[in-house]
Design a protein around this ligand. Structure first.
Ligand code: SAH
Length: 252
């Protein structure tokens, strides 16, 4: 059977400069683009040559199924995610659908094109916060039970990991960030630096430095366009930059 090609494309934080040439090439080669409206409209080359399948929040599996159908029908399809498609992105739903369809690993061809994830773009804007071991935790409990997220927050806090929080707060989920902060305060001083990056590399970009005592979402806008980076016991602020030294010995 003449099956098509499925690209899983991470488009980076939002501006053209941080879209990799490989991602741009995969998008240009594709006949169909699938993703959130905001992202596919940003990267569509020429709407007359490409069919855009935009989706709303919550339609991920449906759109993944559509992309897989199109690829089985012989089309070249790009499923786009912000940042990296493999980090809280569309790669998950797509591989889930491929598994359900008993995909043979050969046709359609599936290729993931890595992108610059929010943790990288946020870290770049903040300074060098990710210089020791770090972890990413999504505070969204839409797909993961909150108890499980709390276990991970506790483990990260106890293990002195720098923690990057994705999906920190939405209009409906307003308590999770406060709970996360409370868990970290059990293990780290209130003065622990926290970096807050909203809309990295987009026109609305805002970068702020705070600490665990002030991270209550009152003074700062923290929403679904924001990534929060909590420092470890070695992290400090120097001239507006959040710095985690490369080695534990450096801060003496
Ligand atoms: N696949 C994406 C993450 C999708 S989850 C990636 O690899 O970056 C969505 C979350 O990512 C948002 O709630 C926010 O926490 C973070 N995020 C995505 N783009 C961002 C940006 N430009 N600036 C700050 N945070 C961003």
């Amino acid at each position: 059977m003449n099956t098509g090609k499925l690209y899983l494309v991470g488009i980076g934080p939002g501006d053209a400069g941080h879209l990799t040439p490989a991602a741009a090439a995969a998008i240009a080669e594709s006949e169909d683009l699938v993703g959130y409206r905001y992202y596919i409209e940003q990267v569509a080359q020429d709407a007359s040559n490409q069919t855009l399948h935009s989706m709303e929040l919550g339609q991920e599996l449906e759109r993944a199924a559509l992309a897989v159908d199109l690829a089985y029908a012989g089309k070249t399809v790009a499923v786009v995610s912000s940042g990296d498609a493999g980090i809280y992105g569309m790669a998950g739903p797509v591989f889930r659908v491929l598994t359900d369809r008993q995909w043979d690993g050969i046709g359609p061809t599936v290729e993931t094109v890595p992108g610059v994830s929010a943790l990288q773009s946020s870290a770049a804007l903040l300074g060098s916060p990710l210089m020791q071991d770090f972890c990413a935790i999504s505070l969204s409990n839409l797909l993961t039970p909150w108890e499980q997220i709390c276990r991970r927050l506790n483990a990260a806090a106890a293990g002195d990991f720098v923690a990057v929080l994705y999906n920190p707060r939405s209009r409906r989920r307003v308590t999770q960030l406060d709970e996360a902060r409370r868990i970290f305060l059990e293990h780290r001083p209130a003065t622990t630096p926290v970096g807050v990056v909203r809309h990295a590399f987009r026109p609305e970009q805002a970068v702020s430095l705070s600490d665990l005592s002030r991270l209550d979402g009152e003074q700062l806008v923290i929403d679904m366009f924001t990534t929060v980076v909590i420092g470890n016991s070695n992290t400090y602020v120097h001239n507006g930059r959040m710095v985690t030294p490369r080695g534990y010995e450096a801060k003496q």
